[in-house]
Design a protein around this ligand. Structure first.
Ligand SMILES: [Zn+2]
Length: 282
């Protein structure tokens, strides 16, 4: 081959190779840049979108509150009823048999409690421990049992869930506790005779003139604290004791209303009736 022609061909080959290399590199560069920018877009879009488009999930209701009211029906029961029905939460009432028959009005209140889906009726004895003669009541377990049975029969109660008058006593499948030692054998005897006894974790106290001694805010702090420090008989389950008669007072029934509203605002709190408490019976 002519050396000039050969040189020309070699030069042409080099030129072609260089051109291909340049084009390839350029394409590759473009591709890399494009990929990078696509990647940037892919990373940034969903991230910013997730902050605005995905709603935050509601907190799971992991803690259960059992609101209980003792000693009704009495002068405070109607106002308590109105608050509970307005807020539509389930509560448990430990009723005194004798109080149902105390007046026509109280009998009518009892009937409306039974008819309402928000109230569960449980046994607080027929005579409230022989009208608060607690020592006598708990010294003779047989007569105490008869008093609970009389209440159950007269009110047609079948669940056998009772609250002992004047005593914070627990006898369930998993909880056994007696606040005053002298009542222990009576509590054991009642349990052997089929009565599940449910006390309370926290009481909303009142003074001699039937006025609440704690505000709803203070009660709310106590509820939060008991759950946080695991001070309840069963973890994540809290039974609150209140008394109907206190809420005859307008300011105190407003406090009760506020307390329930604030509890409902806490997304992790759920409300239940005492019969739903874990493992009441074997
Ligand atoms: Zn009582």
């Amino acid at each position: 081959m002519d050396p000039d022609r050969e040189a020309e061909q070699v030069a042409s080959q080099i030129l072609r190779t260089s051109f291909i290399t340049v084009v390839f590199t350029a394409c590759n560069y473009y591709k890399t840049e494009t990929t990078a920018s696509v990647n940037t877009i892919q990373f940034s879009l969903p991230d910013s979108a997730s902050k605005t488009a995905v709603p935050s999930l509601p907190k799971k209701k992991t803690k259960t509150i059992y609101l209980t009211f003792d000693d009704g029906p009495n002068k405070g029961t109607k106002k308590m009823m109105h608050v509970v029905q307005e807020e539509q939460i389930p509560v448990t009432l430990f009723i005194v048999g004798q109080h149902v028959y105390g007046s026509k009005e109280q009998a009518a209140i009892f009937d409306s409690l039974v008819a309402s889906k928000y109230f569960e009726i449980a046994n607080h004895s027929y005579t409230h421990a022989f009208q608060n003669k607690f020592a006598k009541f708990y010294t003779v377990p047989d007569s105490a049992l008869k008093d609970f049975v009389r209440c159950a029969d007269s009110l047609h109660l079948t669940a056998n869930i009772v609250r002992t008058p004047g005593r914070n006593i627990w006898r369930t499948a998993t909880v056994s506790s007696t606040d005053i030692n002298s009542s222990k054998s009576a509590a054991d005897s009642l349990y052997k005779n089929g009565l599940t006894q449910v006390g309370w974790d926290l009481e909303w106290h009142y003074n001699d003139t039937l006025k609440l001694t704690n505000s709803s805010d203070e009660m709310l702090l106590q509820v939060d604290s008991m759950f946080a420090h695991n001070k309840t008989k069963t973890p994540d389950h809290l039974i609150i004791l209140a008394h109907d008669q206190v809420y005859a007072d307008a300011a105190d029934s407003a406090e009760l209303h506020q307390f329930i509203i604030r509890l409902k605002q806490k997304e992790e709190y759920n409300f239940e009736m005492v019969s739903k408490y874990p493992r009441l019976k074997n």
